[in-house]
Design a protein around this ligand. Structure first.
Ligand code: FES
Ligand code: CO
Length: 326
């Protein structure tokens, strides 16, 4: 059941600021997971108490331990049960009294969970703490679709002129020049793809913009765009958590190296608008699972990046690009 390669990937489950004193329930690949924070950092367990199966996320964190709401068994950061109130004190705590522990990290202002025994390395995003750059987190957005459909929409350059017409593209400038896709250091990266944009980032500045797309993992992609003749860089990192078969949660990190003293809100509002334009399309796509058989749909040269993505998922053995149905 857990053979799917997404099992060993890192999944963003919430913004770091959403995890404070109380434990929180999240879903990853259909698994119910509890995350909590103590002085040692952030932790993730299967959201299930081994005593009677209550959700540990109903409990609370006391002195750094996660305490079940039902009979107050206490689990430490390693998932070991260190206190059972009903047990007479001369009796030892059974060794089996442990929570199932998953990998958990705080990174880029998000909490990431990995369910696998062989976790892949977490992606890197150097812009996040680069001097002169500012990052804001947009979302999270809930989408009733599969993660690869969402990633593919994000890396699809030829829809900008139609779904986002008047903002990210213009139907009279719909042709896409040939571009290269290379696989370097475990990631796909394109050459520059020029796109005419009437309003590239919400500031109503029109002109040609060069896009460079990268696919960092099956569920993480980014682009950086630079307006021609300018040093302004605008990057979006999109990270998707496949919560269950029907739903994903999407986080978008927007990084800019200009207008650092300007308010973030217009950038956020602009991105929300763009995202909801894409949402209708992505939720409408059939089949729901990205077809990895290239004969199943039609392709143009301008689809080179999405073709590379489909081939890669196939090579990785990510069957149909998603989790197996239970
Ligand atoms: Fe958790 Fe009993 S179910 S302590
Ligand atoms: Co779009």
């Amino acid at each position: 059941m857990h053979q799917d390669k997404l099992w060993n990937e890192w999944h963003p489950v919430c913004k770091a600021e959403e995890l404070q004193h109380d434990p929180k329930q999240v879903y990853v690949l259909g698994e119910r997971v509890v995350i909590f924070r103590n002085e040692k950092g952030v932790h993730a367990f299967k959201d299930l108490c081994i005593h009677r199966g209550a959700a540990l996320s109903l409990g609370k964190v006391v002195d750094g331990n996660l305490v079940c709401a039902y009979h107050a068994w206490e689990y430490n950061s390693e998932g070991t049960c260190v206190k059972i109130p009903a047990l007479p004190c001369e009796r030892p705590i059974p060794r089996k009294a442990k929570a199932t522990v998953y990998h958990c990290q705080e990174y880029l202002g998000l909490i990431w969970v990995n369910l696998g025994d062989e976790p892949t390395p977490l992606i890197t995003y150097p812009e996040y703490d680069k001097e002169g750059y500012r990052t804001i987190i947009c979302g999270s957005y809930e989408v009733q679709a599969n993660a690869p459909r969402i990633i593919e929409n994000f890396i699809d350059v030829s829809h900008l002129m139609f779904v986002h017409e008047g903002m990210l593209g213009d139907a009279d400038h719909a042709e896409i020049v040939d571009y290269n896709v290379e696989f370097i250091d475990g990631r796909f990266i394109t050459s520059k793809i020029p796109v005419y944009q009437p309003n590239a980032d919400g500031r109503s500045k029109g002109g040609y913009t060069d896009y460079v797309y990268e696919i960092l993992s099956p569920t993480v992609a980014r682009f950086t765009k630079t307006a021609e003749g300018s040093n302004e860089e605008f990057t979006i990192l999109t990270v998707v958590n496949q919560e269950d078969h029907e739903q994903c949660r999407v986080f978008m990190l927007l990084t800019r190296n200009y207008d650092l003293d300007q308010p973030d809100e217009p950038f956020r509002e602009f991105q929300d608008t763009i995202f909801y334009q894409d949402l209708d399309v992505v939720e409408s796509q059939k089949p729901e699972l990205l077809p990895l058989d290239l004969q199943a749909e039609m392709h143009l040269k301008s689809d080179a990046l999405t073709i590379a993505y489909r081939r890669w998922l196939d090579e990785l053995g990510i069957e149909n690009g998603t989790i197996p149905k239970k």
